[in-house]
Design a protein around this ligand. Sequence first.
Ligand SMILES: [Mn+2]
Length: 279
Amino acid sequence: MKTIHKIGVVLKEGCDIEGGQFAIDALQKHIVMDDVIRLDETRIKEQDPLYLDAVVDLNAKLKTSVRKAFEQGDFPLIFGGDHALAIGTISAVAQENHAILWIDAHGDCNTEVSSDSKRIHGMPLAVVQGHGHPLLTQLVDTPIEAKNILLVGIRSLDDAEEALMKEWGVRWLSMEEIRSQGIEWMHQEVMRFVNQAEHLHVSFDCDSMDPMHYPGVNTPVRGGFVSEEILPLLEAVLSLDTIRSMDIVEYNPTRDPNRDTLNLILNITQRVETQLRRK
Ligand SMILES: [Mn+2]
């Protein structure tokens, strides 16, 4: 049996949207966290739209915490907080040929140059490949190779970001493609990708889901997944021996009046626990 090490990350500065800072409080009513990492507000500098110092500092602390759990042989399961935290989680676990399955409405492949919003939660997948602001990329010891990345559920890319993803050779399954080819096709493509991985990290952004059903996210985009489309896939991925870590991010409890998004996160967490108990 593999021990799950649960880490809550209190973070909204990567997206600068109100409400996300309460995610871990809301989750802790149901989930016992082994560690909680908070952004040090004294590191927020005036007139810095990126909150760069504070986000770098948080990711450095998170990296240390995740690496410690990982080196003990535990399975790090990280709850957020906005997606900027994936810089810390992935840099902690990445080894040669590490594969990333990124389930999201967005590409998260902007750099501080390509990004219009300058929000770091739109940059983590660029940073873990070694692209972006040097203070962010210095956290990355082993950059992830583009061929080892698959994004799923994509329906909102910036033009400059899409150009970068093509240039780097990052592959994504857009929602448009998934709707035209079918969910079965998506499952086959994802399984083909994860089955060839030596080590796998899964990054699950709650905004991959349809906001009609799961509104509790920072940056909703219409036309996402329903749970029957994603839970069986996650279950199959979680059953693999090669999965090493996972994060579940972008929960915003102030936009989740019926707690549907909370319940989805609890459901996924339970599936992680069930699958890891078998290992
Ligand atoms: Mn994201």
